[in-house]
Write a protein that binds this ligand. Structure first.
Ligand code: ADP
Ligand code: MG
Length: 627
């Protein structure tokens, strides 16, 4: 709630609208307590007194009634009627929409065609017809305004409900034996309430206007009762000679509707979680770069070389050091594994390479990413765009989320190629089939016109790989590509990647949290923890002689086939939050070899030869690590 208010307050216009509206509503509430003249007492001797005259601050109308008093009472009435109409319309409309959307089928058809029928009439005509049938009067005007707005709410809410009614959590509630009524009240309603509030906050001003319109035509409030519409209507004949009689209620209507709409927009933006996460602030095309300090010189190691890369997220006044100085390199034809628990910074490292970390909040604050020696951090967007997919391609975890659900996979492959070079439709199709064949999808001539949902998970991931291969990249960064797949499919995908790397000389950066996968595929492996590399070396070396306690712990999490009875142990405790990294070794709090010096100062990456480790008391023998 306080987060909601904070978001709302950040929107200046909404804040102004809220303040003005609060003042108006407050005044309307305390109107009976104010020392005002009776709004309905006529005094024809004092007709059309000008504003700011003695005893009548806003002047008087054609019957000599005090305009200030009428304005206050009128505002009170108009606000009450408009608000009541909005509540009635929202409640009825939402109920109708939820029932139609939840039950679907014939119920839905019947209800929605009725709603369509109402919507087919011009708005104001329908309201007039209703008032004509019920007879003039403020209460009937309220009913008319509510009635013509019900279809709007019903349509909106039905759309949302249809989307929710078949979600897994609703199915789960059904399986748990909840009745329809319970499901609607407990599962559906909480999900549509924000939408109802948003729809209401954006239409309530409109309803006040409509009520005023009916009163203006003499169909709403009846004399002598004042509401803003009837005041305008009565002032119509005196508009030229005594404009103040129409200006007073007119300005009040303007103020009310403006402030409600400004506030309503603010409420919508603050309540909508998609907008809240920053969708309104357009993300930048490439990650923001703010490097202080020296840019490291190239060491010419490998095709892709990360040097002391630092990527942070700046959220409010917090700084999340997701990647805190990572150096890595990978050669042509080599497979480098990056392994670590969830949240250790693997994905952010990978995305930083091509400037794909979303900004805001992502910022690259230091280091370099070199591709054949060229520094890509801070490279112009055009250069990065040109290289994305053509030099460095990505494979992500969830192929269903990365493939467009509405296009055939062939067309998506062609699109990926066309991003970098123009080819004809026929040529593209041939190339797409060729790509599918190269990732060993059976019957590619037919499969090329499948939609993503027509394929199995493993096959979709093969399409994901085909897409990465579309422009013959030199480096493929695979971010947990097999995590969503079952073990046999995982093995197939791994052998496919292995074969591709050997046949095409690809450099692969393979991100995983599974040492079993690393053992199968990678030549070298880097272990990440808390945004830094804690151990790095040739895979066999690390598997045989893990030096860092964290690495040993990670390996103990992998079951071994035929390895006999062994306890599989999860690592106790949680990884550190990267906005509050401890001093010294980040693993110290969970380590059973910890000593005082571990937490005193930064621990450097040390070790002899190719096998480096960031630990003051590393294991020196495999036996020690196995205990
Ligand atoms: P993983 O190793 O599981 O791929 P990530 O690289 O995705 O981990 O995340 C590394 C760290 O960065 C996490 O601790 C996460 O909390 C933080 N992080 C990622 N995205 C954001 C973001 N948009 N705002 C703040 N922190 C983030
Ligand atoms: Mg990740």
């Amino acid at each position: 709630m306080s987060a909601f208010l904070k978001l709302l307050a950040r929107n200046r216009l909404a804040l102004a609208g809220g303040v003005v509206l609060s003042v108006v509503v407050l005044l309307a509430i305390i109107t009976p307590l104010l020392p005002l003249a009776d709004p309905n007492v006529t005094n024809t001797a004092a007709r059309f007194t000008k504003p700011f005259s003695e005893g009548a601050l806003l002047g008087t109308d054609h019957l000599g009634r005090d305009l200030l008093s009428r304005l206050m009472w009128g505002t009170r009435l108009s606000l009450a009627v408009g608000f009541a109409a909005a509540v009635v319309a929202a409640t009825l409309g939402a109920a109708i929409g939820i029932i139609a959307g939840y039950y679907g089928g014939r119920t839905d058809n019947l209800i929605m065609r009725g709603v369509d029928l109402l919507m087919a009439f011009p708005y104001i005509l329908l309201a007039l017809a209703i008032v004509a049938a019920l007879g003039p009067g403020l209460f009937n005007a309220l009913i008319a305004v509510a009635a013509v707005n019900v279809p709007f709410f019903a349509r909106n809410i039905r759309g949302i409900t249809v989307g929710i009614a078949h979600k897994e959590f609703v199915d789960a509630a059904k399986l748990a034996g909840l009745t329809h009524r319970q499901i609607i009240l407990k599962e559906i309603l909480p999900n549509v309430v924000p939408v109802i509030v948003i729809a209401m906050s954006t239409t309530i001003g409109w309803m006040i206007l409509e009520t005023a319109g009916l009163s203006f035509l003499g169909l709403g409030s009846q004399p002598p009762q004042a509401d803003l519409g009837s005041m305008l209507g009565e002032a119509r004949s005196a508009m030229i000679a005594n404009p103040h009689t129409s200006v007073v209620p007119g300005v009040m209507i303007l103020i009310i509707v403006m402030s409600i709409n400004l506030l309503g927009d603010g409420v919508r933006d603050a309540l909508d979680p998609r907008l809240k996460s920053g969708a309104l602030s357009r993300p930048m095309a490439a990650t923001r770069v703010e490097r202080s300090g020296d840019i490291p010189e190239t060491e010419g190691k490998g095709l892709l070389e990360l040097q002391n890369l630092q990527t942070q997220f700046h959220v409010g006044n917090r700084i999340y050091k997701a990647v805190g100085g990572v150096s890595l390199n990978v050669e042509k034809g080599e497979c480098l594994g990056i392994i670590g628990e969830s949240g250790s910074g693997k994905s952010v490292t990978a995305l930083s390479v091509m400037g794909l970390v979303a900004s805001p909040p992502g910022v690259i604050t230091g280091g370099a990413v070199r591709y054949e020696g060229e520094d890509l951090v801070g490279a112009p967007y055009g250069r990065l765009r040109d290289m994305r997919g053509r030099n460095v391609a990505y494979i992500f975890q969830d192929p269903l989320a990365t493939l467009h659900p509405l296009y055939r996979v062939g067309d998506q492959l062609i699109e990926a190629i066309r991003a970098h070079r123009p080819i004809s439709e026929a040529e593209g199709r041939t190339k797409a089939i060729e790509l599918l064949k190269s990732v060993r999808i059976p019957n590619p001539e037919k499969r090329v016109s499948d939609y993503p949902h027509e394929m199995s998970g493993g096959m979709r991931q093969r399409v994901g790989i085909a897409m990465a291969l579309a422009n013959d990249p030199d480096v493929i960064i695979a971010d947990e590509p097999t995590t969503a797949l079952d073990v046999t499919v995982q093995a197939q995908i791994l052998s496919l990647l292995d074969e591709l790397r050997r046949s095409r000389g690809l450099a692969i950066v393979f991100i995983t949290h599974d040492f079993g996968v690393v053992a199968q595929l990678c030549d070298r492996v880097a272990v990440m923890y808390g945004g830094r590399i804690v151990e790095e070396g040739p895979t066999t070396d690390i598997l045989d002689r893990p030096a860092h306690p964290y690495t040993a712990r990670l390996m103990a999490c992998v079951p071994e086939l035929g390895g006999g009875k062994r306890r599989l142990e999860a690592i106790p405790g949680l990884p550190p939050a990267v906005d509050r990294l401890p001093q010294g070794c980040a693993f110290a709090a969970r380590c059973d070899r910890v000593q005082e010096s571990c937490q005193a100062a930064d621990v450097p990456l040390g070790g002899e030869g190719l096998h480096a480790v960031r630990c003051l008391f590393p294991f020196t023998s495999p036996q020690e690590a196995a205990e």
